[in-house]
Design a protein around this ligand. Structure first.
Ligand code: NAD
Ligand code: UDP
Length: 323
């Protein structure tokens, strides 16, 4: 069945790929974005498709649209981006979801909220199941994002309980792939950019901290499955790849694939940087019949190929916070 679907943050890294998938499936897709951390280029190939529409709008402000489904992805996601204007980040998470839940309630639409592994903070349970309530510093530099996303989850579940709105929450773990902003400061984009341009590879701290990296296509498949799961399942559900790597291992893998002469250098570890992160995805496996299929080496090769194909001068650092 064809649906009218709103994707907020639809011009971003994950949103643009989601829009592409939904347009190809024949749905009527409205992509809404304020282009804070993205550019029209990410969706320019969709602009002449009759079932695709692009709206420049900021989700902290109300908007009236008639839709059947909403994917709420609008929010800066890289630490350098969300710390650039932390108050705006909190507003985007909280006022943004209030506006989107309002549309969902009025239209009887289903909503998928893009939450994050950051709700677990610097976890003292490993791997992290959905039942773990987290270890977040509420007054630290990451709090604008972590607590904003936590508050958004609260609003989602209160709309389920109080207003019977069909909301589904996905907690996304580190995801990478083509169309990451080359200057977003995230570890995969930084390391690939640095290796390709023979710059030093910047390891923050001693590189022993871990992350588990999920390829974009696996992630997007999971959130589409969450939207279309049978009624009654609201999550939250962890979505990510369980293979855990130290940041040093990632740097070595990128160097091995890119070649070049970059040296590995150490920089100070940012405050509150989580030491370990790995999703427990048993719930997603059971309820969504989903598990990631792209190993890191394969996903990195595709991402590196995309980075080789772009002209860096087409991308402006949206904030000064990148290495
Ligand atoms: P991204 O920065 O590429 O995309 C976010 C998009 O939202 C951008 O296009 C940006 O311009 C837009 N946006 C930001 N503030 C807005 C506002 N106020 N109004 C309208 N649009 C706004 O990041 P991404 O990696 O594609 O992340 C997408 C979503 O997934 C985010 O909500 C993020 O928190 C979540 N997420 C991503 C990851 C990851 O590893 N990529 C991990 C956890 C959660
Ligand atoms: N990191 C790094 N070098 C970089 C960028 C990031 O060592 O140039 C580290 C960062 O300190 C963190 C990990 O890589 O431990 C993942 O950082 P990212 O910003 O990609 O995501 P998040 O911390 O939100 O998981």
């Amino acid at each position: 069945m064809i649906s009218r679907i709103l994707v907020t943050g639809g011009a971003g890294f994950l949103g643009s790929h989601l829009c592409e998938r939904l347009v190809d499936q024949g749905h009527d897709v409205i992509c809404l974005d304020n282009f804070f951390t993205s550019q029209k280029r990410n969706v320019s190939h969709l602009l002449d498709r009759p079932n695709f529409e692009l709206i420049r709008h900021d989700i902290t402000l109300p908007i009236f649209l008639e839709v059947d489904q909403i994917y709420n992805l609008a929010c800066p996601a890289a630490p350098g981006h969300y710390q650039f204007n932390p108050i705006k980040t909190m507003k985007t998470s909280v006022m943004g979801i209030i506006n989107m839940l309002g549309i969902a309630k009025r239209c009887g639409a289903r909503l998928v909220q893009a939450s994050t592994s950051e709700v677990y903070g610097d976890p003292d349970v490993h791997p992290q199941p959905e039942s773990y309530r987290g270890n977040v510093n509420p007054i630290g530099p990451r709090a604008c994002y972590d607590e904003g996303k936590r508050a958004a989850e609260t609003l989602c579940m209160d709309y389920v309980r109080s207003n019977n709105v069909d909301v589904r929450v996905v907690r996304i773990f580190n995801t990478y792939g083509p169309r990451m902003h080359p200057y977003d400061g995230r570890v995969v984009s930084n390391f690939i950019r640095q290796a390709l341009w023979n710059e030093p590879i910047t390891i923050f701290g001693d590189g022993s901290q871990t992350r588990s990296f999920c390829y974009r296509d696996d992630l997007v498949e999971a959130i589409i499955r969450m939207m279309n799961a049978p009624p009654g399942f609201h999550g939250p559900v962890n979505i990510g790849n369980q293979s855990e790597f130290t940041i040093r291992e990632l740097a070595e893998l990128v160097l091995e694939q890119v070649g070049g002469e970059s040296e590995l250098i150490q920089k100070p570890l940012p405050k509150d940087d989580p030491t370990r992160r790995q999703p427990d995805i048993s719930l997603a496996m059971k309820n969504l019949d989903w598990k990631p299929t792209t190993p890191l080496a394969e996903g990195l090769a595709k991402t590196i190929e995309w980075f080789r194909s772009i002209d860096l001068s087409d991308y402006k650092p949206p904030t000064p916070n990148y290495s």
